[in-house]
Design a protein around this ligand. Structure first.
Ligand code: CA
Ligand code: CA
Ligand code: CA
Length: 210
């Protein structure tokens, strides 16, 4: 029994490792895990083209799971340089700033620091928070750059996401800046050095990343 479990686990890890990944300027720009139900996540469109959000999906794996993620789809258009904010849908314990800034309310935000979020574009991994199959106990990282009880904002220098869902995770190494619990100041917009105003040079920049 033990042997078969190990084989099964190995096969699953191989499958996950086989998921295609590509670096592009669509990534998580903010991750808010505060007190109570203060939770929100931002997706940034750093490409020069408008983004059809039906191309974007997020999977959430809780507590070290490697199978059966919660799967989320979106609709609408995210214009170049803008963010799409997913806010906690709970009736209480949610800061009014989250309510005001959210494009949608979703249980995608039902994470508490030891859960993995994977961002896909056209089914291809473009960013991730956490390490798949690893439950860190309470959170990844070191305060104040940690996945529980802080607001994490991607530094303006970050132009692509973390496409390796399997390697050891430290948000400090992924260009995240940590702010005190319940910091709401940055929700609803993102400052980036990567957005390129003209399409021709933008495509050149994106292509150069491959
Ligand atoms: Ca919390
Ligand atoms: Ca990683
Ligand atoms: Ca933001």
């Amino acid at each position: 029994m033990r042997t078969s479990k190990i084989v099964l686990t190995t096969l699953m890890l191989v499958c996950v490792a086989g998921v295609a990944a590509a670096q592009t300027a669509v990534f998580f720009s903010e991750y808010l895990e505060g007190s109570s139900n203060n939770k929100a996540v931002e997706i940034y469109n750093g490409t020069s083209a408008d983004l059809d959000m039906s191309r974007v999906t997020v999977d959430r794996y809780n507590n070290g799971a490697i199978i059966n993620p919660a799967h989320y789809t979106f609709t609408g258009t995210l214009v170049s340089g803008d963010v799409f904010v997913v806010g906690n849908p709970s009736a209480t314990g949610v800061d009014p700033v989250i309510t005001a800034q959210s494009d949608i309310f979703s249980d995608l935000t039902f994470y508490n620091g030891d859960d993995v979020l994977i961002l896909f574009l056209d089914g291809i991994v473009v960013d991730s928070i956490g390490q798949l199959g690893n439950d860190p106990g309470v959170f990844w990282g070191t305060a104040p750059i940690a996945t529980a009880e802080f607001t994490l904002v991607r530094d303006a220098s970050v132009c692509v996401g973390d496409v390796d869902v399997n390697n050891a995770y430290d948000p400090a190494l992924d260009g995240w800046i940590g702010y005190p619990q319940n910091t709401m100041t940055y929700l609803g917009s993102h400052t980036s050095n990567c957005i390129v105003a003209n399409e021709e040079s933008s495509w050149g920049a994106v292509k150069a990343l491959y």
